[in-house]
Design a protein around this ligand. Sequence first.
Ligand SMILES: [Zn+2]
Length: 146
Amino acid sequence: MEEGTKTTFVVIPFVSGLSKNIRRICGRYNIKVTFRSGPSLRNQLSKLKDPLPLQIRSGVVYNIICAMCDKCYIRETIHRLEDRIKEHKSACIKCDTEKSALAEHARREGHHTAWEKVTILDDERRRFGLIIKEALHLLRTVKNLF
Ligand SMILES: [Zn+2]
């Protein structure tokens, strides 16, 4: 470890069989990982207030599903979810398969996206934590990804 290197702390969901490796790998980059299981007291309490509308939230791992098969698209965005969804919709309308895997799936299979069923799987304000959470969700879902 380099002298003066700043330690970063992240809290991520515990995943059996993966968490040990994640901690070891993150340790190499001076990142301290804490795992959480189940809902925390903070999560329980935060449910008492009105949540932000899904579309205007930022710093999230989101899930978009196909309306016609079991494929799903999981990604993170540090920006507003609404802006990211607009980009995907635009790519689908223009059949821009370079910009969106959703557009590629729609073109190849003739399927359409269930825009009304977009969900947030996780959230995180810090970019690095968000990327780790995205990786965990991708690992859990690897069989059904676009
Ligand atoms: Zn499909």
